[in-house]
Write a protein that binds this ligand. Structure first.
Ligand SMILES: NC(=O)c1ccc[n+]([C@@H]2O[C@H](COP(=O)([O-])OP(=O)(O)OC[C@H]3O[C@@H](n4cnc5c(N)ncnc54)[C@H](OP(=O)(O)O)[C@@H]3O)[C@@H](O)[C@H]2O)c1
Length: 305
């Protein structure tokens, strides 16, 4: 049995907590900036944390074997520093999206401090022996949930957590599809719940690779729209946008100071640049029941609407 600290209380952290508590004997607690009566009512322990105070973060992590972070930016940087200093054995950074090799090497408008977090983790592994592993899973199915990911307490930090913020708007029957003249655009996709199952199952592996590539479903972007059309039983109004069109739209969104539109467009551009695609999947057979297929998940999500 190990002791796990779950940093953050978003939907993903709660799915992970659910699987730790139902599938393992490990002890865990949440670290949160806020009291969370809803979580404590479930019998889960929530410790307050001030990420701006390294002593406090260190104190909270004493005796912890593994930290699973779902927090980003400066908060995660403090968490990494503190974890290494109190000899945490393993650290899962707040990644859970496309693979590392698809990240842009220069400026990245979608970087939430992850690049710095990863360089800190490499440094801490060398200095303190703290291992880490990234769980690459592509995009969450929940991006297409009724009322958006926000209704599942997911994605606040992505700025695209509302309904219809990414590729397809099922209620309005519209789609904006990133399109390349030279190749098909693919994404890997999985549900946040299956990501949580996988992360929890990996806790018992004796050795971790630097990066897990989850067995997420791989599909053409246009097929996401086709599945949404099938779920709704009607054709959608499709708009195809190539790199030039996206670049122009981003310039316009910047000129008009439309921040949320900038994020929506940057996510489409990242998709066009294959950020959420990978060809190889980790060989670990960590979970027994197969991941939910997107078509099945989408139908279930929208038919109960
Ligand atoms: N692949 C995908 O499609 C996808 C989509 C969405 C999210 N994700 C991944 O899921 C993870 C969580 O992301 P998210 O966007 O759902 O959550 P988020 O907005 O980044 O928030 C996660 C947690 O961070 C804490 N937090 C929020 N703002 C903070 C601040 N200013 N300072 C310190 N802590 C702060 C909150 O915990 P407390 O309030 O409890 O302190 C919150 O529960 C990330 O790794 C992200 O990459 C992936």
């Amino acid at each position: 049995m190990i002791k796990i600290a779950l940093a953050g209380t978003s939907g993903l952290a709660q799915y992970i907590a659910h699987y730790i508590s139902t599938q393992t004997c490990h002890q865990f607690f949440f670290l949160s900036r806020n009291p969370n009566p809803g979580l404590t009512a479930k019998g889960w322990q929530v410790l307050p944390v001030d990420y701006g105070n390294l002593n406090d973060v260190r104190y909270k992590l004493v005796g912890v074997d593994t930290v699973i972070s779902t927090v980003s930016g400066q908060a995660q940087h403090s968490l990494i520093d503190a974890a290494a200093q109190v000899h945490v054995r393993r650290f899962v950074p707040s990644e859970f999206e496309g693979p590392l090799y698809q990240r842009p090497s220069t400026s990245d408008p979608l970087d939430r401090g992850q690049k710095h977090a990863l360089s800190l983790l490499v440094e801490k592994q060398e200095l303190y022996g703290m291992q880490f592993a990234v769980f690459s899973c592509g995009i969450f199915y929940e991006r297409f949930y009724p009322e958006g990911m926000a209704s599942l307490q997911l994605g606040a930090g992505t700025h695209i957590s509302g309904e219809g913020d990414y590729i397809v708007n099922l209620r309005q029957r519209t789609a904006i599809i990133p399109f390349s003249h030279s190749n098909e655009v693919y994404v890997r996709m999985t549900s946040a719940e299956d990501v949580a199952r996988y992360v929890v199952a990996a806790l018992d592996l004796p050795d971790w690779p630097r990066e897990f590539f989850l067995p997420a479903e791989r599909m053409k972007v246009g097929d996401i729209v086709t599945m949404a059309e099938l779920a709704c039983g009607v054709d959608f109004q499709r708009q195809y946008v190539d790199e030039n069109a996206l670049r122009n739209a981003i310039s316009y969104a910047v000129a008009t100071d439309n921040i949320s539109q900038q994020y929506r467009l940057h996510h489409l551009m990242a998709t066009l640049h294959d950020r959420y695609d990978y060809s190889w999947v980790s060989p670990h057979q960590l979970v027994n029941s197969p991941s939910k297929q997107f078509a099945e998940w989408l139908l279930a999500a929208w038919c109960t609407e």
